[in-house]
Design a protein around this ligand. Structure first.
Ligand SMILES: Cc1cc2nc3c(=O)[nH]c(=O)nc-3n(C[C@H](O)[C@H](O)[C@H](O)COP(=O)(O)OP(=O)(O)OC[C@H]3O[C@@H](n4cnc5c(N)ncnc54)[C@H](O)[C@@H]3O)c2cc1C
Length: 414
């Protein structure tokens, strides 16, 4: 892999950028791999990267039905944080946070991780109780978290309407929270995985599994059968569809979730501001667009678009909280499909089919955990046992009742 640096930029500028090496190959599938990953989003690519670079397993394929990052990875609002309530969540999300901090350097690819600070606003007594309980739990887990008084919020975000229809009573601040560039994460992991020997096969849909004596031995795809000693399914949005192909049910519901961006403006929002109570959040991209997230639709669907009433509600809340933005025009809107569990925590698990593993159920908030999830899932696949950080997220919890209820921390889509 040729290194990206200021020198390579200058060298390639001299040849009019005609000689850049391809970031990853486009190989035909081999007859068999040690591990096949289904799904070329951030989590699948990160899994393949860590399998090859940390676990010494390079005979790996990532099989993607469309293009890399074309699922939720390239559709999310890029928010990164680790301020969840329960210890199990703190362990996995903060593991990701640690990896985010060195990721651009590790991948030699600028993922634009920007720890600009993230606020969760409280608009009611109930919100205040929730952020205080969660804030203390986060703090006890050694993760940064601070309460802000209304005056401190106003000092940080002077244009916020503090006493309107949604009064601001306080906020929870995670200073290390912020954003990262979503598609750069997919491309950085893809480039690193490819360089380590992983085959990335796009336009190749998995349509079924070859299961013999209760163990998976291959995947059926639109480009033929591919043999596999192990399979890791990381197909957010379609996890239950893929599980059905393997003959079992995943406890998931799929919803459309949408986001929108405004016309670009000069720098105005220098942190991420989230409001669970009104289901709206904003940040500003480096291009100047306000990146606005909404809640998920109320009905199940596999369409990658959302309904208009959600946009209307979200923009109404944005205008209430930030009157400054009332005359802004919206530029683009899009949707993704999120797989949601009953406790709003992900599923990283073995399955009833031997040698088949699933990583799914990240719902509205999996982007932030891309490095952590890929890292622990790779180790789980390599060792045949779930990594200790991943183990509490097994699907057994829906039988045992040991749920990890993150309903409040994940209340607004993000
Ligand atoms: C509008 C929106 C905003 C969001 N905002 C945030 C946010 O700010 N912060 C945050 O942390 N999270 C956010 N999320 C959630 C986050 O995007 C996801 O949890 C995360 O990207 C999931 O990553 P993934 O790699 O598991 O899935 P994906 O990126 O969806 O990748 C799964 C891949 O599997 C492929 N696939 C599916 N079926 C098959 C098949 N049969 N064969 C082969 N390939 C298949 C798909 O094509 C897809 O590319 C948001 C989501 C949306 C939709």
């Amino acid at each position: 892999m040729s290194r990206y640096s200021v020198f390579s930029l200058v060298r390639n500028a001299l040849s009019y950028h005609q000689n850049w090496q391809r970031a990853w190959r486009s190989p035909d599938p081999k007859r068999e791999y040690d591990i096949v990953i289904v799904g070329g989003g951030g989590h699948g690519l990160a899994t393949a990267y860590y399998l090859a670079t940390e676990c010494g397993i390079t005979n790996v394929a990532v099989v993607e039905k469309g293009w890399l990052g074309g699922g939720n990875t390239g559709r999310n609002t890029t928010i990164v944080r680790s301020n969840y309530l329960w210890d199990e969540s703190a362990a996995i999300y903060d593991h990701a946070m640690t990896l985010w901090q060195g990721l651009s350097r590790e991948l030699n690819y600028n993922v634009m991780y920007s720890p600009r600070g993230l606020l969760h606003l409280a608009h009611s007594v109930h919100d205040m109780q929730e952020i205080q309980r969660r804030g203390n739990a986060i703090y006890l887990n050694g993760i940064d978290s601070e309460f802000l008084s209304p005056e401190q919020v106003k000092a940080m975000v002077p244009y916020m309407q503090m006493d309107g229809r949604y009064p601001v009573l306080g906020a929870l601040l995670q200073r290390r929270g912020g954003t990262a560039r979503h598609d750069a994460v997919a491309w950085g992991y893809a480039r690193g995985a490819d360089a380590a020997g992983v085959d990335i096969i796009q336009n190749c849909e998995v349509t079924g599994f070859d299961i013999q004596d209760g163990a998976v031995v291959g995947v059926e795809t639109t480009r033929g059968r591919i043999g596999a000693k192990k399979v890791g399914v990381v197909a957010a949005g379609h996890s239950s569809v893929v599980a059905e192909m393997a003959g079992f049910r995943m406890p998931l519901e799929s919803f459309p979730l949408q986001a929108l961006v405004s016309e670009p403006v000069k720098p105005a929002v220098d942190c991420v501001i989230m409001s669970n109570g009104v289901h709206a959040y904003i940040s500003q991209s480096d291009k100047g667009e306000l990146v606005i997230g909404a809640s998920s639709d109320a009905y199940n669907s596999y369409t990658q678009r959302g309904s208009f009433d959600v946009i209307e509600d979200t923009l109404q809340a944005i205008c209430e909280l930030y009157p400054l933005f009332t005359r802004m025009r919206m530029l683009r809107q899009w949707g993704g499909i999120v797989d949601v569990t009953v406790d709003r925590s992900p599923i990283l698990t073995k399955t009833p089919v031997r040698n088949m593993y699933f990583n799914c159920g990240w719902g509205t908030g999996g982007f932030k955990c891309t490095p952590g999830s890929g890292h622990v899932f790779a180790h789980s696949l390599a060792n045949g046992e779930m990594h200790p950080i991943a183990a509490p997220f097994s699907m057994d919890r829906f039988h045992s009742g040991a749920l990890i209820d993150e309903g409040a921390a994940a209340a607004v889509a993000h």
